[in-house]
Design a protein around this ligand. Structure first.
Ligand code: HEC
Ligand code: HEC
Ligand code: HEC
Ligand code: HEC
Ligand code: HEC
Ligand code: HEC
Ligand code: HEC
Ligand code: HEC
Length: 341
C-alpha cells in the first residue's frame, strides 16, 4: 500500500516536474483555441513567450509569412488578417536560427455571401472570448467596460460628434481599444465605431456577452431612423434587405470601401448575381454585339463616382420594378437620365 503510494507520488513528480521544466522553453498559446470560427477579417493572438525561449516569432498564414515579432516581454499580443474560409496558422519560435517550437492551428472565417462558407466545417465552433474569465489578461488589460465606453451616438450631430469626442480621445478612453485597436484601421470607419461607442451595438448584459441583436435591422434602425422611414414606404424590396441582414453587405465596423461595404459595390452585387456583370441584361435588341458597361466608367449622374450596379439599382428598396433608381418606373426612362439626346 505505502510502496504503491510512494510510487505514484514519484511518478507524479517525475511527470509534472519534467513537463513544467520543458514548458519553460516552449511558447504557449493563450488565445485562440484551435478550430475557432470568426466573422470578420481580424484575429487576435496572445502568446506566452518565456524569457530566452525565442529570438524571433514567425507567423505564417496559409504558408505565407505575415508577421515577424522580436519578443520583448513574457506576453506577446498581436492580430493577424484572415481570409474567408479555413486559415491554417503556423507560429514558429526561432532560437539561434533554428526552430525551437511550433504551434499549428486552424481558424475558420465565415461569410454569409458565399454559400460554401456560410456554415463552419465539422469540428469548428465559435469561441466566446468574453464568456470566460481571463485572469492572465487582466494583469495588463481592463476587461470590463467602464462609464467612458457608454458614449451615446446622435446621428443628427454626426460627424461633429467626432470632433466633440476627438477620435484619439475616444480611442484611448475606450477599454476595448487596447485589444481591438486593429478594428478601425481601414479607410472607411462606421460612425459609432469611429468614436469607439462599441456598446451601442454590443450590450454587455446579453448572453453570450456582447452578442448583437438579430435581425440586424433591430440594431441598425435604432439609429438610422430616417432610412427606415424612407425605405419602408417603397413598393419593391430587395431580397437580402428583406431578410434583415444589413451586415451581409455593410461592415458594422470599418472597411476598404465607401459606405463600409464588405466588397466594392460591383463585386458585392456579383457575389449573388454573377450573370449580371457582363451588362448583357441592360441593352436588349438587335445589336447583340454591344453590352452595356456595368463598371470601369464614370457615372454621369454622380460626380466623382464610378458607374456600378448602384448607378441604376437601389440596393434596399424602390418604387420602380427591378429596383430601378431615380424613380423612373421603366428601363427606358432610366436610359434617358444618362443619355439625354
Ligand atoms: C504583460 C502585459 C500583458 C498581458 C498579460 C496581456 N497583454 Fe495584451 N497587450 C499588452 C500591450 C502592452 C499591448 C499593446 C497595447 C497598445 O498598444 O495599446 C497589448 C495588446 C493586445 C492586443 C492588440 C494587438 C494588436 O496589435 O492588435 C490584443 C488582442 C491583446 N493584447 C490580447 C491579450 C489577451 C487575450 C491577453 C490574455 C490572454 C493579453 N493580451 C495579455 C500587454 C499585455
Ligand atoms: C484583453 C483584451 C480584450 C479587451 C480589453 C476586450 N476584448 Fe473583446 N475580444 C478579445 C479577444 C481576444 C476576442 C476574440 C476575438 C478576436 O480574436 O478578436 C474578443 C472578442 C470580442 C467579441 C466577439 C465575441 C466574443 O466574446 O468572442 C466582441 C463582440 C468583443 N470582443 C467586444 C469587446 C468590447 C465591446 C470591449 C470593450 C468593452 C472588448 N471586447 C474588450 C479581447 C479583448
Ligand atoms: C453598428 C453596430 C456595431 C458597432 C458600433 C460595433 N460592432 Fe462589433 N459587431 C457588430 C456585429 C453585427 C457583429 C457580428 C456579430 C455576429 O454576427 O455574431 C460584430 C462582431 C464583433 C466582433 C467579433 C469579430 C469576429 O470576427 O468574430 C468583435 C471583436 C467586435 N464586434 C468588436 C467591436 C468593438 C471593439 C467595437 C467598438 C469599436 C464594435 N465591435 C462596434 C456590430 C457592431
Ligand atoms: C449608434 C448609432 C448607429 C447604429 C446602431 C448604426 N449606425 Fe450606421 N451610422 C451611424 C453614424 C453616426 C453614421 C455616420 C453618419 C455621418 O457620417 O453623417 C453612420 C453611417 C452609416 C453608413 C454610411 C452612410 C454614408 O452615407 O456614408 C452606413 C452604410 C451605415 N451607417 C450602416 C449601418 C448598419 C448596416 C448598421 C447596423 C449593423 C448601422 N449603421 C448601425 C450611427 C449608427
Ligand atoms: C445587398 C446589399 C445591401 C444590403 C442588404 C443593405 N445595404 Fe445599405 N447599401 C448598399 C449599397 C451598395 C449602398 C451604396 C449605394 C450607393 O452607391 O448609392 C448602401 C448604402 C447604405 C447607406 C447610405 C446611403 C443611404 O441610402 O442613406 C445606409 C445608411 C445603409 N446602406 C444602411 C443599410 C441598412 C440599415 C441595411 C439593413 C436594413 C442595409 N443598408 C442593407 C448595400 C446594401
Ligand atoms: C446576398 C445575395 C445578394 C446580394 C449581395 C445582392 N442581391 Fe440582388 N437579389 C438577391 C435575391 C435573392 C433576389 C431575388 C429576390 C428579389 O426579387 O428581391 C435579388 C433581386 C435583385 C433584383 C431584381 C429585383 C426584381 O424586382 O426583379 C435586382 C435589380 C438586384 N437584386 C440588384 C442587386 C444589386 C444592384 C446588388 C448590389 C448592390 C445586389 N442585388 C446584391 C440577392 C442578392
Ligand atoms: C445602366 C443601368 C444598369 C446597370 C449599370 C445595371 N443594371 Fe441591372 N437592370 C437594368 C435594367 C434597365 C433592368 C431591367 C431589365 C428588364 O426589365 O428586363 C435591370 C434588371 C436587373 C435585374 C433583374 C432582372 C433579371 O434579369 O433578373 C437584376 C438582378 C439586375 N439588373 C442586377 C444588376 C447588377 C448585379 C448590376 C451590376 C453588375 C446591374 N444590374 C447593373 C439596368 C442596369
Ligand atoms: C447611370 C447612367 C446610365 C444609365 C441609366 C444608362 N447608361 Fe448607357 N451608358 C452609360 C455610360 C457611363 C456609358 C459608357 C460611355 C463611355 O463609354 O464613355 C454608356 C454607354 C451606352 C451605350 C454605348 C454608346 C455610348 O454612348 O457610348 C449605349 C448604346 C447605351 N449606354 C445605352 C443605354 C440604354 C439603352 C440604357 C437604358 C436601358 C442606358 N444606356 C442607361 C451610363 C448609363
Amino acid at each position: 500500500m505505502l510502496i504503491k503510494r510512494i510510487f505514484y507520488i514519484t511518478v507524479f513528480f517525475l511527470v509534472f516536474g519534467l513537463t513544467a521544466e520543458a514548458s519553460q522553453n516552449n511558447i504557449t498559446l493563450n488565445y485562440p483555441p484551435d478550430k475557432t470560427v470568426m466573422e470578420f477579417d481580424l484575429l487576435s493572438i496572445s502568446l506566452t513567450v518565456p524569457q530566452g525561449s525565442a529570438d524571433l516569432i514567425k507567423v505564417n498564414i496559409n504558408d505565407q509569412e505575415k508577421v515577424e515579432i522580436i519578443p520583448d516581454s513574457n506576453f506577446e499580443c498581436f492580430s493577424i488578417p484572415l481570409k474567408v474560409g479555413i486559415n491554417r496558422i503556423n507560429i514558429s519560435a526561432i532560437k539561434e536560427n533554428k526552430q525551437a517550437d511550433e504551434i499549428i492551428m486552424s481558424v475558420f472565417r465565415r461569410s454569409e455571401l458565399i454559400s460554401a462558407y456560410k456554415d463552419p466545417p465539422a469540428g469548428f465552433k465559435k469561441d466566446y472570448f468574453h464568456m470566460k474569465n481571463h485572469i492572465k489578461c487582466a494583469a495588463c488589460h481592463t476587461l470590463e467596460p467602464s462609464e467612458s465606453d457608454r458614449k451615446p451616438v446622435n446621428i443628427a450631430a454626426f460627424p461633429t460628434e467626432i470632433l466633440v469626442y476627438g477620435k484619439d480621445v475616444a480611442a484611448t478612453t475606450s477599454t476595448c481599444y487596447s485589444c481591438h485597436k486593429g478594428l478601425t484601421s481601414y479607410p472607411f470607419v462606421h460612425g459609432p465605431t469611429a468614436v469607439w461607442s462599441c456598446l451601442s451595438c454590443h450590450d454587455p448584459q446579453t448572453n453570450p456577452k456582447y452578442s448583437v441583436k438579430k435581425p440586424d435591422t433591430k440594431v441598425c434602425f435604432s439609429c438610422h431612423i430616417e432610412q427606415k422611414e424612407g425605405w419602408y414606404t417603397k413598393k419593391y424590396f430587395h431580397g437580402p434587405f428583406n431578410t434583415g441582414k444589413c451586415a451581409i453587405c455593410h461592415s458594422p465596423h470599418a472597411s476598404e470601401n465607401p459606405f463600409n461595404l464588405v466588397k466594392t459595390t460591383w463585386d458585392l452585387c456579383l457575389s449573388c448575381h454573377i450573370d449580371k456583370g457582363s451588362g448583357k441584361h441592360i441593352v436588349k435588341g438587335f445589336f447583340v454585339t454591344y453590352y452595356h458597361p456595368t463598371h470601369g466608367k464614370p457615372d454621369p449622374l454622380r460626380k466623382g463616382k464610378e458607374l456600378t450596379c448602384a448607378s441604376c439599382h437601389e440596393p434596399h428598396t424602390s418604387d420602380s420594378p427591378r429596383l430601378l433608381r431615380l424613380n423612373v418606373g421603366s428601363g427606358f426612362a432610366l436610359c434617358k437620365k444618362c443619355h439625354l439626346e
